[in-house]
Design a binder for this molecule. Sequence first.
Ligand code: ADP
Ligand code: MG
Length: 322
Amino acid sequence: MNEKEILNPGWAAQTAQEGHSAQQRSPASSRPASERKDPLVIAIANQKGGVAKTTTVVSLGGALSNLGKEVLVIDLDAQANLTLALGKDPARLRGAITDVLFHSATLLSVSRETSIPGLDLVPSNSEMDLAERFLPVRKDYENILQHIFNDELRPQMINSQQPPNGSRASASFERNFPVIEYDYVILDCPPFMGAVTLNALVAADLLIIPTQPEYFSAHALRTMMAVIRQVRGQHNPQLAYRILITLFDKRNRIHRQVQEQINQAFGVSVFDAVIGLDTKLRESAIEGVPISHLKIPGGSSRSALQYEALAQEIIRYDWQAH
Ligand code: ADP
Ligand code: MG
């Protein structure tokens, strides 16, 4: 498949048949204009795989929507683990994040409702590998996602009418916005620092770096700090970051030591919430629901409570930042 085919995939007319598009539901919130604010955009990234990035996107999304927030989660990984973890089959969905990045669809037209009220998903599929290859060919490719969010998700920008640089004199500007307002937009990044992750960091207000407390994580954190410096210097001076310790085994001496070192080195940039090992998280991915919504005899699992504590910290952070 070449770029031209991506730009004209011819699926748009069929999307309506699938139903469940987030665009088709009634507006989730009808707050007066004066009370609207832009969503907090959170990128979850670490160039290491298996550190619970996707698990954190799903679990945090579930916890925030449980607390009454409107949340959009966006799958940016070609492996589409987030899409799968929310019970959707990437091969059977028409319209995905790739179509949005190449401007052949709007974000809201490819978003879907999940089984969780208040939690919507923009799915991914294997075509995201092509985005890695073709995005850098474009001028100012680092800002593509940021412009899409400005066009579609930020009421203040939307009300100011003008498409940025005429770059997207697109369908989005001809429609009536906003269709659905979100409080939080959470981005699930692939496990490497390519064009897609760079777009996510340029578009984000807050970067969360899930980190397993092992010795080799220190190296990954150093690399992430260099990336943050570069993104702040060149594209997004406001980018904030927080480290989230995941897969923590409190009986493991090494884990406790590394946790201590991370806390000493990064201070307030480490979340108080710590996510412990919990096999229920695997079960919830198989069931296709966030841990907060997994039916467990006797109440919530430990990690559900830990992700809820993380959600509370983020709500407090958001309140201070805005
Ligand atoms: P990433 O997106 O960073 O590659 P994932 O979220 O896919 O990582 O997690 C990798 C694996 O670890 C998955 O099988 C997931 O179910 C499991 N996992 C994630 N967090 C936990 C946890 N706190 N306890 C136990 N298993 C976990
Ligand atoms: Mg992942």
